[in-house]
Design a binder for this molecule. Structure first.
Ligand SMILES: [Zn+2]
Length: 57
């Protein structure tokens, strides 16, 4: 699977997949996931539902 670029929402600092349907123009691309994210369960949005582990991101 191709690596995806995660994005962070400027509103609530939530992290999303690059094809999240909620994506807005002010979201910031992240080169790496934030340190606070230690498991796939830390990513709340359903755009991550297709992922099984952080190593896929
Ligand atoms: Zn999302």
């Amino acid at each position: 699977m191709q690596k995806r670029m995660p994005y962070m929402s400027a509103d609530d600092f939530s992290v999303h997949d690059d094809d999240c349907e909620k994506q807005e123009s002010d979201w910031m691309p992240l080169s790496d996931l934030p340190d606070e994210v230690t498991s796939i369960d830390d990513l709340d949005c359903e755009c991550w539902a297709d992922y099984e582990s952080l190593s896929e991101i």
